[in-house]
Design a binder for this molecule. Structure first.
Ligand code: ZN
Length: 77
């Protein structure tokens, strides 16, 4: 079920009144005013809902590169 990132309400399809795209992701809103708030400062709402996922992703990335390169990290020059 999509979630309104502004008021955090879970939305049924018939309750979706507005949508917006940000960085290739689709977001759904319960009302045009939520959409307006989102578009005014999308980063705020996106990071609020995706922080946990993003941290997990970064941790996994870090771990993966440690395993791959061990002690001899490649230099960029
Ligand atoms: Zn809303």
């Amino acid at each position: 079920m999509p979630q309104d990132p502004v008021c955090t309400a879970h939305l049924k399809e018939e309750n979706i009144k507005s949508t917006a795209t940000f960085k290739g992701e689709m977001y759904y809103f319960c009302c045009p005013s939520c959409q307006e708030k989102f578009l005014h400062n999308p980063q705020k709402y996106v990071s609020a809902t995706n922080t946990k996922w993003w941290k997990r992703f970064l941790q996994r990335l870090e771990k993966a590169s440690e395993e791959e390169y061990g002690n001899s990290k490649p230099s960029c020059h």
